[in-house]
Design a protein around this ligand. Sequence first.
Ligand code: AHM
Ligand code: MG
Length: 343
Amino acid sequence: MRAFLFIPSRMSKLITLNEFILKNQSDFPFATGELSRLLNDIAVASKIVSRDVRKAGLVDHILGAQGEKNVQGEDQQKLDVVADLAFIKAFELGGEVCGIASEENDDFLAFSNEISKNGNYVVLFDPLDGSSNIDVNVSIGTIFSIYRRLSPKGTPATEEDMLQCGTAQVASGYVLYGSSTMLVYTTGNGVNGFTLDPSIGEYCLSHPNMKMPENGRLYAMNEGNINECEGGLKEYISYCQSRENQTGMPYSGRYIGSLVADFHRNLIKGGIYIYPDVLSAPEGKLRLLYECNPLAFIAEQAGGLASTGRKRILEIKPERLHQRVPYYVGSKTMVEKAVSFLK
Ligand code: AHM
Ligand code: MG
């Protein structure tokens, strides 16, 4: 019997993140290759974190049973601290970054080595968002935001470098450690998504030029907080659950409790994510610099919106590193509608 070899007539060429970054280097406002190298450093650090996330259950439940030290005799650390250190190390050794601020650290960090002091960028990031999901094998993510420094080159990074408006972001992105690991980023020229192919250890372009559907029928909010929310938001959630909305059917509630995962789903399928100010978190829960601004930049670049309910997120002048804000992000029409209920 003859065996037939099936050869697809049209195979598209695999584009790795590296190739894509190099190809698009000229999109960057200062096309010196520094931002390309920085994005590459982020990709490498995220692969390390992805590997650690994938074996988290083993470390906690099998290796961890041996005591507080792992097999190499090192102290075991929580995964969010491991992620924080992996990214900080990548930024410090990479040479493009003069300082960082991270959700895991009280204060910002100005790198003191000679190469880093000459770095032109600062990075603000949440190393592992969705920490309540780490132990239960639910998707978590890294979120990052990149700015050009304001302080003079060659000097230590300052707090002013960190407290810039979201509109000044040069690039932002996230890595989703989900059923696959994905890196999604923007440099202000559209949004592109890459999936990590574990067999070759490379991010490959899988979601070119991502656009958030203008409308949707998914809403994501911790409805346990509903009685602590302002009246307008309660009315908006009732509207979502009614047949009064444009679909004539109740929307579906989808809340993972992991911002990156909820945001990513809404980016692809259309929807809104809401974390309002509530009694237990009077300014909201999410952090402007590490969570809201980077995802707001991506949302807008993909055609969506991000608001506090009263103001465009990207236009807020940050006052504190760990500042929190109410957050409404997602499909344009849905965010506009939600905001209209608050007025
Ligand atoms: P974290 O940065 O401490 O993980 O907090 C942020 C997370 C988001 O990922 C998620 O959407 C939200 O907190 C969930 O909060 P809650 O459990 O209050 O609904
Ligand atoms: Mg977080």
